[in-house]
Design a protein around this ligand. Structure first.
Ligand code: GDP
Length: 446
């Protein structure tokens, strides 16, 4: 996500390194580079202009700071301005004060609405809500069935027209779903509506009719981030035709440039509220402008990582491991290592986790080539060890290594490398635990 922009900006900041103060020429050159970076990222021209002007103005007026050198000051300014164009504060979902909250989704066909409806429902469930999905997309063949399949995946019921009822009436379905929600005490209703391949007057009229029938608390415009600036034209058409409160960006995983994400707020005046970044039901999150800016600047998205970790991690186990690493409660063993790996697997793919860490941009290529099966291989090797070996890896001598290799279907070299890496990692983790963290602000040029 945003790979080109991140690289470009990193290059810009690198050129400022070691400067004692910023001259007018430095500021101009930097502004020019940022302009090119944003244009290459397919950001809308008016947004680029506004952004560059703001950065320039602030860079000129910047007080001489004790804490930050000029390069860092520019990073900070760019970060602040990115947060601003991405919408500033995180815009959270508004729930109805009484009765079920109604969320209506609108957008073109293929934008990812149906997938998103289920992801949103899962997220709502995690927030302690009891959602009902509503299939009011009666246009696209299979849309109802697709919502039912996705609803099953996340364990959320789907309200749909009775089969065999012909084409059906989406407004009627939407209206009836509210009655159903009240009757069965669902507290959030997510209405999926029909899209078309392009902007179309009938589609707008239908969405508007559904809107009038269910009076949503939130209308969310769902848009595929991969279509770049086309997203902005579509966004404007839906704003005029249906109106909405917030935007959901989908397919951010396939969006290397980020133009739509960076422009849509300024162009429509509506906040991005959620982002969808993959085919899995859990590839979905609240959109945080500040975290997204850090990610673009490769300062890492540590907050999101921590949040996801909190969800997946077993607190007791994590505490135990932390104690062992700080020298309390026995030594950190291969069993602990295995258990930690299990926890990491619960978080999803290793590449995804690593990408959220500060400095990930610098090892992008390695990350892209990371073989997820590596974790399974390591697991296989550890599982072929005896409990005594896992407890005290120092006893793993030559003949034990040969046996473990055979048992796990790996080579002796694989076993050697794992054992070496384990000792190295343990040493590093203990140092880190003792030193009280990573120190310094990562991603900031010195
Ligand atoms: P709808 O026509 O708006 O309901 O769109 P769908 O939900 O059917 O999605 C269209 C296609 O995009 C499907 O193949 C989805 O699997 C895919 N899709 C949806 N969201 C994402 C996403 O965040 N990332 C990726 N890579 N694919 C997605």
């Amino acid at each position: 996500m945003f790979a080109t922009l991140s690289d470009r900006l990193a290059e810009t900041f690198k050129n400022l390194r070691g400067k004692g103060r910023l001259s007018e020429a430095d500021i101009d050159a930097t502004a020019r580079e940022i302009r090119i970076a944003l244009l290459e990222a397919d950001v809308a021209l008016p947004v680029v202009k506004e952004f560059v002007a703001a950065v320039k103005e602030r860079a000129r007026g910047e007080e001489v700071s004790q804490a930050l050198n000029p390069a860092q000051q520019v990073v900070k300014i760019v970060n602040d301005e990115l947060v601003t164009i991405l919408g500033g504060e995180t815009r959270r979902l508004r729930y109805a004060k009484s009765g079920p909250t109604v969320i209506m989704l609108a957008g073109l066909q293929g934008a990812g609405k149906t997938t998103l409806a289920a992801k949103l429902a899962l997220w709502l469930k995690e927030q302690g809500k009891s959602p009902l999905l509503v299939a009011a997309d009666l246009q696209r063949p299979n849309a109802v069935q697709q919502l039912q399949v996705n609803g099953d995946k996340v364990g959320v019921p789907v309200f749909a027209p009775e089969p065999g009822n012909g084409v059906g009436d989406p407004v009627g379905v939407a209206r009836a779903s509210l009655e159903e929600a009240k009757r069965k005490l669902y507290d959030v209703v997510v209405v999926d509506t029909a899209g078309r391949l392009g902007v179309d007057a009938d589609m707008m009229a239908q969405a508007a009719a559904i809107r009038d029938a269910v009076e949503p608390d939130e209308v969310l415009f769902v848009v595929d981030a991969m279509i770049g600036q086309d997203a902005l034209t579509t966004a404007q058409a839906f704003l005029d035709g249906v109106g909405y409160d917030g935007v959901v960006l989908t397919k951010l995983d396939g969006d290397a440039r980020g133009g739509a994400a960076l422009s849509i707020r300024q162009v429509t005046g509506k906040p991005v509220m959620f982002a969808s970044s993959g085919e899995k039901m859990t590839d979905f999150d609240v959109f945080h402008p500040d975290r997204m800016a850090s990610r673009i600047l490769d300062m890492g998205d540590v907050l999101t990582l921590i949040e996801q970790a909190e969800k997946a991690f077993d607190q007791d186990q994590a505490l135990k491991a932390a104690q062992k690493l700080t020298g309390q409660g026995g030594e950190f063993t291969l069993d602990d290592f295995l258990e930690q790996m299990q926890q990491i697997k619960k978080l999803g793919s290793m590449t995804k986790i690593l990408k959220m860490l500060p400095g990930a941009g610098q090892i992008r290529e390695q990350l892209e080539n990371f073989d997820e099966r590596e974790i399974d291989r390591v697991e296989a090797v550890i599982r072929s060890m005896t409990p005594a070996e896992r407890e005290n890896p120092k006893i793993i001598d030559g003949s034990r290594r040969a046996r473990i290799a055979k048992g796990s279907g790996r080579t002796v070299a694989d076993v050697n490398s794992l054992v070496d890496r384990f000792f190295e990692a343990r040493k590093m983790m203990m140092q880190m635990a003792k030193g009280g963290g990573f120190g310094g602000v990562p991603g900031m040029p010195g």
